[in-house]
Each structure stands twice: as structure tokens, then as C-alpha cells.
Design a protein around this ligand. Structure first.
Ligand code: PLP
Length: 452
């Protein structure tokens, strides 16, 4: 390995990073991670910390997870690639589709379309939803509805339904026919409503109003995360997603659950939709499906939608969509091993217990530091602290303070992620009570150092 100075100096010379400017990368050398064991990562200078970010919401089983590594190695030896385009398949992906069918059975999802990641999964679901209506003879249903603050990846379709200007403005014009509705975000919303149940009803009323305005017969699908993640961890009231389901069904609109973060246990339930007792028409997955060890994803499809495609006699059900790596055998082998481990370790139980511990700890920190305006979470291991410079006005914290908190927390033993005014926590689901305490203690040190 090249030495630390070489790597820091060369990093941004020839490499552009996602989600920052090249100038920023040139000015600020990144933390260069060179090792990972269990729930801990080590940087190029030998500093080891608990990974409070879990890679990027994906390394749910930690960095060691030998069965997934072994499955990848064995599959590379046996069949490192074959396509699933018309006329060919591979043994690993067939087995995986059957396993996923049983995993998602309680969600009513029985068919899988494979992708290379979350943005691909979102794009696939949006496209298949338009096709579903065309097959059924409702070709005018082309529009999409989504939530402000929602994150659906960065492909052109995903960015179009994305609810955050950072991922949109520089890439406009985006897809026509996408409408964004207020999110059930109690800390800030246009209704000035802080009661979660009342806010859910107001957001549902806004949805009904938008459907009436656009005309139900022009709308293909509503896409939402069961708990909004990258937009700042916004768990809706328990009535919200069931309410969306009912409105969509009544109006012939497909409900796409974007479960790229929430599938496979993060919420303390096996899926986010199941957490709220909702059966979506399609579900987008990726990330933890392979524990982050191989770029892979799957769109899961409900019986009712699948049957429209499978029984078509018009010729309109040819899926003119797919990726070279759809159903990649190495990804499929990784996913098979990962599913087995995910179930064997019963990660939902730990996610729920450790999530509750984390939530209590974060609320205690809020009592200590006025710059923590809002603590969000309470459903498994996904949390955000929204930072403000003044609690009364809720003015967002300045970037320098947020960056300083991140740095000090890192030096004190935990990797955390800053996204806008939010600290986001999404650690591996296998972390222990001691690991949670380590993250909380490091945050305490970081907050004190940056604000004191
Ligand atoms: C809910 C959601 N959808 C889609 C995506 C995009 O996934 P990817 O970055 O793998 O393309 C993400 C990524 O964080 C996500 O959180």
C-alpha cells in the first residue's frame, strides 16, 4: 500500500467524489479507510473507530461477515458472470429469487427484478409502473407522486421524484409530471403542526387534493420510503403509510415502497412496509441485500402487478428494461449468504433493542446541548439529530460547526455522517450495547469540543 501522505495528496487529483464539489475534495483530504472488522473501521493512520454510519446504511452485518465473503469467492470460482437477458439465467439467481419470494411473502411480494443498486431499483420500479398501466390499457397514467425530503437515488427518474433540491437543481429539467407532497416531518412543515397524528392526516389530505387536481387517471405511482432516510430520518406517524395505501388503492395508483434502506431489518421489522402493516405494489431494495459487499439490488413485485404482466396477450408486457448486471451470479450468491446470516442472527431483534438504547442516549444528549434541535428515530437503528444555531428560530447550524462535530467525534472513537444540518446514524445492526455507548460517548465529546 502507498503511504498515508501519498494517498491523501493524490486522492482528489484524479478522483471525483459523489456528493461534494471537486474543489472541496482538493481542499480537504478525506478520511481514508483501509480496514474493517466487526463494526469497526480503521483509517490509513491506524485510527480505529465504531462505524456509526454502517458503510452507507448497508453493512448491516458488519465488516467481517465471513459467509458472504466465502460465497462471493466460491461463486467467482464457479461462474463469475452470466447474463439474465432473454434466454439465459444462472443457478444462483434462480435460487435467490425463490428465497426472496419467501422472505417478502408477508409483504405480498413474489417476483424479483434484479438491479445493480438502489438508484437502478427505483428507476426499474418507476418504469415498470408506467408499463403496468399501459398493458392494462390506461396509457395516460404516467405521472409520479412522492414526498418532499424523500431520497430516491440519483438517476434521472429517481432525481425527478427526489424531494431535496440538492439533488435536483443542477440537473434540471427533470422528468415532467412529478409532484411532490409535504412530508410528515413534525419539526418543520407548511401546516405548522407538531402533532404526528394530525400532521399525518394533513399530509394525506394534501395527497387527496393533489390527486384530484392532477386527475387520478394520469398518475402511475406514488413512491415513498416507509421511514424517510437520507432526507433526515423522518419516521411518519403509524397512520401515514396505511393512509397512503388506502388512497392509492382507491385511485388505481400503484404504491412503490422505496426500501433501499429499510428492507432487511433496519427499522426493527424485517421491512419498513411490514413495520407499518402495509402491502406495497412494488418494493425497491439494494444496500444490505449483500451487506454492501457487492453492488446489487432487487425490485420486488406484488402478485397483482405480476399477473398483469404474465397474463398479457397484447404484446405490451415485453420488459424493455434491464442491466448487464441484472441477476449477476456473484451478487446473487452474496445475497443468498447474506439472507441466511441476516435471519440466523435475527438482526431485527437487536436493531430494535439497540435502536431504543440509541434513542434514549440521543435524547439525553439533546438535554445537554441546545444545538440539538430535534432527535428523530425510535424505529430500529436509524437516527438523526437536527442541529440548529438557535432552538427558538430553528435556524440551521453553520457548516463549520457541523463539520467540527464530525471531526471531534471521529477522533473520540465514532464515525458519524453529516448531511446538511443533520447528523445521521445508521450503524451495523449487529452492534452491541457497548458499541452504542461508544458512539454516544464519542458524540458527547464531539459536541462538547465543537460547541464549548
Ligand atoms: C431510499 C433510497 N433509495 C435509493 C437510494 C439510491 O441507492 P444507490 O445509492 O445504491 O443508487 C438510496 C441511497 O441511499 C436510498 O436511501
Amino acid at each position: 500500500m502507498k503511504d498515508s501522505n501519498f494517498l491523501k495528496e493524490m486522492n482528489a487529483r484524479s478522483l471525483w467524489h459523489p456528493m461534494t464539489s471537486p474543489g472541496d475534495s482538493l481542499a480537504n483530504p478525506p478520511t481514508i479507510i483501509t480496514g474493517g472488522q466487526g463494526v469497526r473501521i480503521t483509517d490509513v493512520d491506524g485510527h480505529e473507530v465504531v462505524d456509526g454510519v454502517g458503510g452507507l446504511w448497508n453493512v448491516n452485518l458488519g465488516y467481517s461477515c465471513q459467509p458472504v465473503k466465502d460465497a462471493i469467492a466460491a461463486q467467482l470460482d464457479q461462474l463469475p458472470y452470466y447474463s439474465t437477458f432473454r434466454g439465459t439465467s444462472n443457478d444462483a439467481v434462480i435460487q435467490l429469487a425463490e428465497e426472496l419470494r419467501s422472505f417478502f411473502e408477508p409483504d405480498g411480494l413474489s417476483r424479483a427484478f434484479f438491479t445493480s443498486g438502489g438508484s437502478d431499483s427505483v428507476e426499474t420500479a418507476l418504469r415498470l409502473s408506467r408499463q403496468y398501466h399501459k398493458i392494462r390499457g390506461e396509457a395516460a397514467r404516467t405521472k409520479f407522486l412522492s414526498l418532499k425530503k424523500g431520497y430516491h437515488g440519483t438517476h434521472m427518474g429517481g432525481a425527478s421524484v427526489n424531494g431535496n433540491a440538492n439533488f435536483r437543481t443542477m440537473y434540471e429539467p427533470l422528468l415532467a409530471g412529478c409532484s411532490h407532497l409535504p412530508a410528515p416531518y413534525t419539526y418543520r412543515n407548511p401546516f405548522d403542526e407538531s402533532d404526528p397524528a394530525k400532521l399525518a392526516q394533513l399530509c394525506l389530505a394534501a395527497l387527496e387534493d393533489e390527486i384530484a387536481f392532477q386527475g387520478a387517471g394520469t398518475i402511475a405511482a406514488f413512491i415513498m420510503e416507509p421511514i424517510l432516510g437520507a432526507g433526515g430520518v423522518i419516521p411518519p406517524h403509524e397512520s401515514f403509510m396505511p393512509g397512503v395505501r388506502e388512497i392509492c388503492t382507491r385511485n388505481g395508483i400503484l404504491l412503490i415502497a422505496d426500501e433501499v434502506i429499510t428492507a432487511f431489518g433496519r427499522t426493527g421489522s424485517w421491512t419498513g412496509s411490514r413495520h407499518w402493516g402495509v402491502k406495497p405494489d412494488m418494493s425497491c431494495t439494494a444496500k444490505a441485500i449483500t451487506n454492501g459487499f457487492f453492488p446489487f439490488g432487487a425490485v420486488m413485485i406484488a402478485d397483482g402487478v405480476a399477473e398483469v404482466f404474465e397474463r398479457d396477450e397484447t404484446g405490451r408486457a415485453v420488459i424493455g428494461h434491464g442491466y448487464t448486471y441484472s441477476g449477476h451470479p456473484v451478487g446473487a450468491a452474496a445475497a443468498l449468504a447474506c439472507l441466511t446470516e441476516t435471519k440466523r442472527l435475527d438482526v431485527v431483534t437487536n436493531a430494535a433493542a439497540r435502536g431504543a438504547q440509541m434513542h434514549r442516549g440521543l435524547l439525553a444528549l439533546q438535554g445537554k446541548y441546545p444545538l440539538i434541535g430535534d432527535v428523530r428515530g425510535g424505529h430500529g437503528l436509524m437516527h438523526a439529530l437536527e442541529l440548529v444555531s438557535d432552538r427558538a428560530s430553528k435556524a440551521p447550524v453553520d457548516k463549520r460547526t457541523a463539520a467540527a462535530i464530525q471531526q471531534h467525534t471521529y477522533h473520540a472513537g465514532a464515525m458519524i455522517r453529516i448531511s446538511g444540518p443533520n447528523i445521521i446514524l445508521s450503524p451495523p445492526l449487529v452492534l452491541t450495547a457497548v458499541d452504542v455507548d461508544s458512539i454516544l460517548e464519542a458524540l458527547d465529546v464531539g459536541l462538547a469540543a465543537a460547541t464549548g
